[in-house]
Design a protein around this ligand. Structure first.
Ligand code: OGA
Ligand code: NI
Length: 353
């Protein structure tokens, strides 16, 4: 494993894939982007539409029976997939599309303007770039990104106009939804509903917005938008501009995610795996690219406060499978290295399961 390199100077004058993709001469991808995927791992489909669906209105229902059934569904979704589509969540569609368009506006800024927000460290509260860690990635990913720490302090680029207002509204709204999901998950783990909220200091929990831009790629089968990885937080909430590309792994097979319109995609992250002592595993996922349309996705991750040491809940710790690590340290580890499956979790795992 590469050593941790939390300081991340981008190569000077890094080139966005957006600019590369827009250069008219581009008919094949530069070799620095050529990714070879095991052919057995290339296929993904979901003919049965088998990805679980969770109805948020039932999870927050005043009817105790309805609520407890929704919590059982949530338990199953986290146990079997670590991934689900959340419907009836109450977040206005106009706010979701407004946020996606605001991010498009950011990516449309000139390269020099974006470079102002490059950031110097994996914990820089505003950071944009290309690939994942352009300084350590041997093969570059077909992706540009903007990452913002939006809670407990709200950070936002000063451009484009109107960005920060919609970003604040969107991220606050999603935080409320996540609060309810974590109550449901606390219950499905057999704990009191405020358990995660209190034990993990969610009032000062770190919420990170990652906006991903995947421009059209002339040879999508040889490029990768984002390689297989798990997310570091408890829960990630993802929306996209109607263009597919996200795939999740389930029982060793890749599944295409074709979300129900207006749903929010939710996945469990490494820290839910640690907290639940391995009951809810973080899910491996990746983003593939296409040769027709620009895809934008917004992933909003929700973790504890940076100084919280996450360890398995005592009631679930027999036998204990993970050691505790401060969230800050874990973030530096995961974000400062090559993005590689679930290797960061190996650093806190005690025994193989
Ligand atoms: C992420 C992520 C997938 C996508 O940002 O962590 O997994 O569909 N994104 O863009
Ligand atoms: Ni992810």
């Amino acid at each position: 494993m590469a050593t941790a390199t939390p300081n991340l100077p981008q190569p000077p004058n890094f080139t966005c894939v957006k600019s590369l993709s827009e250069s008219s001469a581009l008919t094949s991808i530069p070799s620095t982007y050529t990714f070879t995927t095991d052919p057995n791992q290339l296929l993904a489909f979901d003919p049965q539409h088998s990805i679980p669906i969770i109805d948020f209105s039932l999870l927050t229902s005043g009817d105790a029976d309805q609520r407890s059934r929704a919590i059982q569904d949530l338990d199953q979704a986290c146990l079997e997939w670590g991934f689900f589509m959340l419907i009836n969540h109450g977040v206005p569609e106009s706010l979701m599309t407004g946020m996606i368009e605001a991010c498009r506006g950011f990516f449309d800024l000139r390269e020099e303007e974006k470079r102002e927000f490059q950031g110097t460290h994996v914990l820089s509260p505003i950071r944009c770039g290309t690939s994942f860690n352009a300084t350590v990635d041997q093969i570059l990913f077909w992706r540009d990104f903007l990452k913002l720490f939006v809670h407990p302090q709200f950070h936002s680029p000063s451009k484009p106009a109107g960005f920060s207002e919609v970003c604040l509204e969107y991220t606050q709204r999603i935080r409320k939804v996540v609060g309810e999901l974590l109550k449901g998950i606390s219950k499905s783990l057999g704990l009191e509903e405020w358990y995660i909220d209190k034990a993990m200091n969610m009032d000062s929990g770190l919420q990170i917005l990652t906006a991903n831009l995947y421009p059209p790629c002339p040879q999508p089968e040889y490029a990768m938008g984002m390689p297989p990885h798990s997310d570091h937080s408890f829960l990630t909430m993802l929306i996209q501009n109607g263009i597919g590309g996200l795939q999740v792994q389930h029982k060793g097979q890749w599944f295409d995610v074709n979300p129900i319109p207006n749903s929010i995609l939710v996945n469990t992250g490494d820290h839910l795996e640690v907290l639940s002592n391995g009951k809810y595993k973080s899910v491996l996922h990746r983003a593939v690219v296409n040769n027709k349309t620009t895809r934008i996705s917004l992933a909003l991750s929700h973790g504890p406060s940076l100084d919280t040491v996450v360890e398995p809940v005592p009631e679930l710790s027999h036998p204990l499978t993970y050691v505790g690590m401060a969230y800050r340290e874990y973030l530096e580890l995961q974000q400062g290295n090559k993005l590689d499956g679930k290797t960061s979790l190996d650093r806190v795992r005690i025994r193989t399961m």
